[in-house]
Design a protein around this ligand. Sequence first.
Ligand SMILES: Cc1cc2nc3c(=O)[nH]c(=O)nc-3n(C[C@H](O)[C@H](O)[C@H](O)COP(=O)(O)OP(=O)(O)OC[C@H]3O[C@@H](n4cnc5c(N)ncnc54)[C@H](O)[C@@H]3O)c2cc1C
Length: 559
Amino acid sequence: MRRQADWDTAGLELGSRGGIHVDDQMRTSDPNIWAVGDAVEIRSVITGVPELIPLAGPANRQGRIAAEVISGRDSRFRGMQGTAVCGFFGIVVAMTGATEKSLKRAGNTDFQAVYLHPGHHAAYYPGAKPIHMKLLFNRTDGRILGAQAVGEEGVERRVDVIAMAMQMGGTVFDLEEAELCYAPQYGAAKDPVNVCGMIAANVVRGDVALADWTGLSSTTALILDVRDPVEFEQGAIEGAINIPLGQLRERAEELPRDREIWINCGVGQRAYYACRLLTQRGFQARNLSGGYESYRACYPQGVPRGLTTSARNCGAGHCPYTILCVTSFPQDKESEVLMSENDSSGLGRRSFLTTVGSGATLLGVAAAARAQSPQASSGSAEKWQPMRHKEDDWLELPGQHRFIFDTTTPDSMNESLLFAGNFYIANSNGYGLKDADLAVVLVARHRSTPFGYTNAIWEKYGVPISTRQNFVDPQTKEAPKVNVYSRQIDGLVRRGTHFAVCQMATRAYAGVIAAAVGTTPDAIYSELAANLVPNAHLVPAGIVAVNRAQERGYSFMAG
Ligand SMILES: Cc1cc2nc3c(=O)[nH]c(=O)nc-3n(C[C@H](O)[C@H](O)[C@H](O)COP(=O)(O)OP(=O)(O)OC[C@H]3O[C@@H](n4cnc5c(N)ncnc54)[C@H](O)[C@@H]3O)c2cc1C
């Protein structure tokens, strides 16, 4: 205990965190003075460490206790666990009890964390939003030590339930068995609270061993992803190998027996089955709790080291968490995984709002969650998203409206050039938009491909192109000596239009021209590729550009 000059007149003792020291009857060191609220230090019921926890509920209850004691009752304040909720920008963040950090600071090592991402109500009922949860519990007896959760709906209800269970000395087995409200629009037959308890109880009972996310950077374990290949291709833990759960029985012997296997899936459920399957066959299997969903929150930029196996299709860089998390989750904070920063020593809005790293990370999780399908307690797949490739990044043109015109014949090129012009004009006249507000792409493929070449090519190779294309200059009725649409193309280029020129068709034209002029297709191909109209991109295939553009939000018109 220490004294501080400001308090000397009252002669009150202060606690180790600078608050007024009180006993469990809110009496200060002066028997005639009671103190309550933000000014007092209260012992955490979880860690036993004195904390300053500025919350209105405890302040009010302490006031009542103090009044009762002053009036002669033997009332006692039973301590605090720090149950708090905060809402901002449609996101709800709630917590109760200890955090991983506060447990470590208190010297508690016998605890375990599980992560889960259940929907706030049954997945089959429309509108389920994921709740990202972390539960901390005693590894030996299952006593609940703390929980943190973030999401859009139903967050505070789950944390309140866990908070009450904790106040009753509850364990993960109590959460497992908790009987809670369920109708599909409000919850699930296995409520997120139940799922928390079930996952944690599996660990306490020894049914499954967990791997530690913070150990991912240094482990020599094999990382096994048991999601379907299509999910794996869209992003996976760096260095992971993919064996879908459905194939695991037949392919188990591909896995090493002399090395730990850390298993992940989307959110943890399939990995649990895989763990059970492999453990029963004598493998050393561990579940990466919360699956790839947790990984993306913990490592938005990927694991900061090289795993022993080679990376395959790591998509972390494209994950929707990146924008928010990159700014808030420095790589050197690798050990501070999801939701471990809500330090109970600074509970309340000071902690939530000033610990920007934590808050923004949680926001990142929840914002990303809006693009995800929730995991029902019975499990469901993540929302499908297209894979992204850097080859297509040129499609990220400036402009708030995106339009792609597909052309396969000279006529369709002609019409699309006209309609693209109309698109600019109508957006200007009707909406007051500038050309720069529009992203417009024309695809030149199949028989319209040569309109992606400059006049120089037409002048030189107009005859073989015309023959192959079955097209003549509308004016002369002969093989064109210029790109007959160059005027319209130039006009659109000035407005910002881009062109996707088909590489496959270009190779075909190169072969035809080479045969006609007696040179090699490669030489002609190089010449064609070097003579594209302005703003043109030689894409692997025009049809692929049509696909990629629509995946990136372009509306589509077939010319
Ligand atoms: C903006 C804001 C939002 C909050 N939102 C929440 C929330 O959503 N949930 C939650 O649990 N907690 C919330 N809190 C915290 C909560 O308000 C406090 O924990 C709680 O009010 C503490 O009660 P208290 O009695 O200790 O102090 P206070 O409620 O601050 O009361 C202290 C009183 O003492 C008076 N006073 C100060 N100095 C003197 C003096 N020298 N002489 C006479 N009077 C004096 C003050 O004017 C004040 O009226 C919020 C706090 C703030 C600032």
